[in-house]
Design a protein around this ligand. Sequence first.
Ligand code: SF4
Length: 243
Amino acid sequence: METKSRSLSLEGFTFDESWEEKRKRAEKIVEILMETHPREKLLIGDPYRTLIHCIISQRMRDEVTYKVWEELFKRYKDIETIANTPVEEMREFLRKSGVGLWKTKGEWIVKASRIILEKYGGKVPDDIHELMKLPGIGRKCANIVLAYGFGRQAIPVDTHVNRISKRLGLAPPRVAPEKVEEYLSQLIPYEKWIYVNHAMVDHGRKICNPIRPKCDQCPLRELCPYAKGLVTDEDIKGKKAQR
Ligand code: SF4
């Protein structure tokens, strides 16, 4: 991900805090998250497989995604095989495997593979802008490929990172995920970017759940404006919260 040079505004936050205070708090938050949710193996380490995983995963549960992804690579060994597979066949494989949006994803998987072979010599590009030109790859997936495939410092903002960053007051409650990425990249030291996604995803699954977060069990509660009532789900979603 490219580094943003300009500063972001403090407007839109629901509580007062200087940029410097926010930065210090963000650093502590990431340290605690890394201690609470350590993950020995950070990388899948294969950009192409990471990219295909990300296409399958869109609007899918993790367990199902993983199974389908494993099965896909058992059946179609490598990028050449996938690129040479008719789109209809790939769609049928996804449909039978219970993948939502199977028509679109089948086309994305085959077409992205063909483009990587033809335009990039079979190597997934390690540039966010080139990645985002591939079918099915938005900013979140591009950052996932950079972080988990290439091991680069990047902050993919998925639903967990978006929600938790806003509850923690590291991004204003109403901004788009792209903006959340900008705030996080300004607040969190560069060498820790790669940990943010996996730590927040684990935190979101175990503690900071979408509905009724377990604030009383959370190691971040002293640092969290949501736990102090300074940010609410209503602020984030714009509707009455279920807490
Ligand atoms: S204190 Fe509550 S809202 Fe804040 S991060 Fe922890 S679980 Fe989420």
